[in-house]
Design a protein around this ligand. Structure first.
Ligand SMILES: Cc1cc2nc3c(=O)[nH]c(=O)nc-3n(C[C@H](O)[C@H](O)[C@H](O)COP(=O)(O)OP(=O)(O)OC[C@H]3O[C@@H](n4cnc5c(N)ncnc54)[C@H](O)[C@@H]3O)c2cc1C
Length: 399
C-alpha cells in the first residue's frame, strides 16, 4: 500500500483549501438562510474561477473534459472540498452527478454520451438518480414496484419514487425500473434515462428533510411516474443489468462520500479546537480547552478521524489497484465507520459551542442536521454490518 501524495496532488489540495477558505466559507452565512437558487449566480462566478484554475470536474474522465484523477487522488481532493457544503458543487464533482457520469461513461451509447454525458461534465445540465421508492424498502432495492413496459418503440414507466436527490432543476433522471419481471431477482431491473420534461415525469414536491425543504441542487424530490413514455434507445447498458450497474456505481461513490465526510470532520474538529482555546469559562481566565472532558473529546476525535481516514484511503487504494469487487469488505467497513465518526465529531463540536452550536451562526448545526442521513443512504449501517459479518463468518467456516 502506498498513500504517498504526489507533488501534483499536494499542490491541487493546497489550491483547493485556499479557495474554500477564501471563496466558499464566506458564502456560507448566505447559504444557510437563503434559498439555494438565489445563490446560483454567485456560485456560477466561482465555478468560472475553478475552470480557469483548471480544477473543474476533478474525478470525471479526462476525455470528456474532467481532470481524470484516480480514486485515491480524488479522495484527497474530496476531503478538502468537504470542508464546505458548497465545495463539491462548485468544483462539479457532486453526488449524484458524479455517479451518473460514471454510468454514462461506462455504459452509454455514442448518442447518449453526446446528448447527456458531455453537457453534464461541462456543467451545462444536472441529473438525478431515481431508485428508492416510497412504499418499498430501499435497503433491499431488488423490491421495486416501478415498471417500464415496452409499447411499440417506447418504454412506458409507472411508479412512485422519493429521495431523488437534486431532481428539482435536473435535466434527466437515471431511473431504475423493472423491465424483466420474469427473470431472476437480480436481473429484473434496468436503468433508463428519463428527461425530466417528459410528460408523466411529475416532481410532486421537494421533501422537507430535518426542517429544510431546499431547492434546486440542495433538495430531495418525490417523483410520480405516470405513463411516462421514453424511447427504448434511452435504456442504459443491457436490459436487466440495472442492479449490476448500480453496484458498480456505489463502490467508488462510497469513497467519495467518506472522503467528503472526513472533510466535514476536519472542519468540525478545527472549529471545536478553536472554540476550546478561545472560550473563557471562569473569571481567572480558564478556557474550555483546559477542562479534561473537552480534552478527552479532542483527543478521541483526533484519533478517530485519523483511523477513519486511513481506512478510507486504504479502500480507495484497493479499488484503484484490485477493483471494487475485491474491496467489498473494506468499502462496507468505511461506510459505517466514517459516517459514525463524522456524526460523533460534529456532535462533540456542537456541544463545545453550547448555545452557539445550535444556531446557524456556525456551520455545525447544518452539518448536524444534514449529515445525519449518512448512516442511512448508500446502504444503512445495519445492512453493511450485516453483510460484512456474513462474509467474515462464511470465510471462516470454509477454512
Ligand atoms: C439524504 C438522502 C439522500 C438520498 N438520495 C437518494 C437518491 O439520490 N436516489 C435514491 O434512489 N435514493 C436516495 N436516498 C434513499 C436511500 O438510499 C434510502 O433511504 C436507503 O436505501 C434506505 O432505504 P429506506 O429509506 O427505504 O429504509 P428501509 O429499507 O425501510 O430501512 C429502514 C431501516 O431499517 C434498518 N434495516 C434495513 N434493512 C436491514 C437489515 N437487513 N438488517 C438490519 N437492519 C436493517 C436500517 O436501520 C434502516 O435504516 C437518499 C436518502 C437520504 C436520507
Amino acid at each position: 500500500m502506498d498513500f504517498a501524495i504526489s507533488d501534483k496532488i499536494q499542490t491541487i489540495v493546497e489550491m483547493i483549501n485556499e479557495f474554500v477558505d477564501a471563496e466558499l466559507i464566506p458564502l456560507e452565512p448566505e447559504f444557510l438562510v437563503k434559498d439555494f437558487k438565489e445563490l446560483l449566480p454567485e456560485l456560477r462566478k466561482k465555478q468560472e474561477i475553478v475552470k480557469k484554475m483548471e480544477l473543474w470536474a476533478p474525478n470525471f474522465p479526462a476525455e470528456c473534459g474532467g481532470m481524470g484523477l484516480s480514486l485515491l487522488e480524488h479522495g484527497l481532493v474530496s476531503e478538502a472540498l468537504g470542508r464546505s457544503p458548497l465545495g463539491h458543487y462548485t468544483f462539479w464533482c457532486q453526488a449524484p452527478d458524479a455517479g451518473n457520469v460514471e454510468i454514462l461513461h461506462d455504459h452509454g451509447t455514442k448518442e447518449q454520451k453526446q446528448r447527456y454525458l458531455n453537457p453534464l461534465v461541462r456543467g451545462e445540465i444536472r441529473s438525478c438518480f431515481a431508485m428508492t421508492e416510497v412504499d418499498m424498502p430501499g435497503s433491499n432495492p431488488v423490491m421495486l414496484e416501478t415498471t417500464a413496459i415496452k409499447d411499440g418503440t417506447d418504454y412506458v414507466i409507472n411508479g412512485h419514487k422519493w429521495y431523488t436527490t437534486a431532481a428539482d432543476g435536473a435535466d434527466f433522471a437515471i431511473t431504475m425500473a423493472v423491465t424483466n419481471p420474469e427473470s431472476s431477482t437480480y436481473r429484473q431491473a434496468s436503468m433508463i434515462i428519463v428527461p425530466t420534461n417528459t410528460p408523466g415525469f411529475n416532481l410532486v414536491r421537494n421533501i422537507p428533510v430535518m426542517g429544510h425543504q431546499g431547492s434546486d441542487y440542495f433538495s430531495h424530490g418525490e417523483i410520480l411516474f405516470e405513463s411516462c413514455r421514453v424511447p427504448q434507445q434511452n435504456l442504459l447498458g443491457v436490459e436487466g443489468q440495472g442492479f449490476v450497474m448500480a453496484q458498480d456505481r456505489l463502490g467508488p461513490g462510497r469513497i467519495h462520500h467518506c472522503m467528503r465526510w472526513l472533510g466535514i470532520c476536519n472542519r468540525a474538529f478545527d472549529l471545536m479546537c478553536k472554540r476550546a482555546n478561545e472560550r473563557i469559562i471562569s473569571p481567572s481566565g480558564k478556557t474550555l480547552g483546559q477542562q479534561q472532558t473537552i480534552q478527552n473529546w479532542i483527543a478521541e476525535s483526533a484519533a478517530e478521524l485519523q483511523a477513519a481516514r486511513l481506512l478510507t484511503l486504504n479502500s480507495a487504494w484497493q479499488i484503484d489497484n484490485n477493483g471494487a469487487a475485491e474491496a467489498r469488505d473494506s468499502i462496507s467497513t468505511i461506510k459505517f465507520v466514517v459516517a459514525n465518526t463524522m456524526n460523533k465529531i460534529v456532535d462533540r463540536a456542537l456541544q463545545v459551542h453550547g448555545g452557539l452550536g445550535m444556531t446557524d451562526d456556525t456551520i455545525l448545526a447544518f452539518f448536524y442536521r444534514h449529515e445525519r442521513a449518512a448512516r442511512i443512504y448508500d446502504g444503512a449501517d445495519e445492512v453493511h454490518k450485516s453483510s460484512l459479518a456474513k462474509r467474515i463468518l462464511k470465510n471462516l467456516a470454509t477454512k
